[in-house]
Design a protein around this ligand. Structure first.
Ligand SMILES: Nc1ncnc2c1ncn2[C@@H]1O[C@H](COP(=O)(O)OP(=O)(O)OP(=O)(O)O)[C@@H](O)[C@H]1O
Ligand SMILES: N[C@@H](CCO)C(=O)O
Length: 328
């Protein structure tokens, strides 16, 4: 659950006074998510999502996220739309936090994605990448390779209390990634956190993508690697190559992956696994007192990282054809 910051009815009424959203009928904290505080609002104009931005979201980045959601929606993507005040602003302050209201999207996120869900997700991710190509703003990925070492240093001392040998495995993997992280692959807007809880389905179709608060300018194929990690492992931690193939094929049907991109998957998947292992590890030791949040299990991503460290090559992810040698 994630409600780090509580909002009183009086505060909310006053905040809503700047909007044309009718009268507040009810509101409640949302029992999912770990990053920001989210509330479901019911007003005489319908349902909306109120988000109070917490520690990992810098206020200076909010204009990027708001403009990106508007840009993607204008290109036909189903993503939340920022609701503006009568004065035309989408960002405000509530309970001492930056805050915004966005439209509510219908659909249901899946806990156990099927092969079909993975295929549909791949297509939706590629559509997002294509729609973002002409987005004019840029945002550096603070949680890419140069952001991992500070996270590791923060958690290093206590890492082995979570799993024996964890600190050593991370140290070795991190050094290799720092030395060999790809920098020449196609870049653009990436979602960077497109986990199953951030994707809604209706009748087997992707009906909405949410939670753009890690979106940034980075390697497009890295976003695919994040999704392979988040969608294609089974509860017993085994990689499901049929799901991987469906995701990759779904993606490539909308945006083909170059030979260099395909060849980079083992490294990109290791990096993606390490990124979520590290943020989970830091969060594991840092749940704020009184917060309504259940931290996510770091060991899930430790297991995934070990899988990626052991793969023979891109074929293990479900690519049917991979170049033997890639020079670019
Ligand atoms: N626009 C929306 N329409 C419908 N439901 C939404 C919307 N935005 C958020 N939600 C609901 O709120 C929950 C939490 O939202 P969100 O994933 O943005 O929070 P978060 O704390 O940033 O989560 P995460 O842990 O994925 O980073 C979602 O799982 C979903 O149930
Ligand atoms: N999707 C992230 C949490 C939100 O950043 C995780 O599962 O660790």
């Amino acid at each position: 659950m994630a409600v780090y910051t509580d909002v009183t009815a009086d505060e909310l009424q006053a905040f809503l006074g700047d909007y044309d959203l009718g009268d507040l009928l009810s509101y409640k904290g949302i029992a999912e998510g770990v990053e920001n505080s989210n509330f479901l609002l019911h007003t005489t104009r319908g349902h909306f999502i109120l988000t109070l931005y917490e520690k990992r979201v810098a206020a200076g980045d909010l204009p990027f996220f708001i403009a990106l959601m508007e840009h993607l929606a204008a290109r036909g993507l189903d993503c939340p739309q920022p609701v503006k005040t009568r004065a035309g602003t989408a960002l405000g302050r509530l309970a001492g936090r930056p805050a915004a209201i966005v439209t509510f999207l219908d659909g249901v996120s899946v806990r156990r994605p099927t092969v079909e869900h993975c295929g549909a997700l791949g297509g939706a991710l590629a559509a997002l990448h294509r729609a973002g190509l002409d987005f004019p703003m840029e945002r550096r990925n603070a949680l890419s390779v140069d952001g991992w070492r500070p996270l590791f240093e923060n958690a290093r001392e206590r890492a082995d209390s979570v799993a024996p040998g964890l600190a050593g495995t991370i140290a070795t993997a991190l050094a290799a990634l720092e030395a060999g992280w790809p920098t020449e692959l196609p870049r653009g807007v990436i979602h960077a956190d497109l986990f199953p809880d951030n994707v809604f389905f209706l009748d087997g179709r992707v009906s909405g993508l949410i939670d753009f608060y890690f979106a940034c300018t980075d390697t497009l194929a890295y976003d695919v690697a994040v999704c392979l990690n988040a969608w294609c492992f089974e509860p017993d931690h085994a990689y499901n190559v049929t799901k991987g193939r469906a995701l990759l094929d779904g993606y490539a049907a909308v945006r083909p992956l170059s030979a260099a991109e395909r060849a980079a998957f083992p490294v990109l998947c290791r990096g993606a696994a390490l990124r979520f292992l590290l943020t989970r590890l830091v969060d594991w030791f840092a749940v704020p007192a009184g917060a309504l949040v259940r931290p996510k299990d770091p060991t899930e991503y430790y297991r995934k990282l070990r899988f990626h460290l052991a793969v023979d090559g891109p074929r293990d992810y479900g690519f049917d054809t991979v170049p033997e040698r890639v020079t670019s």
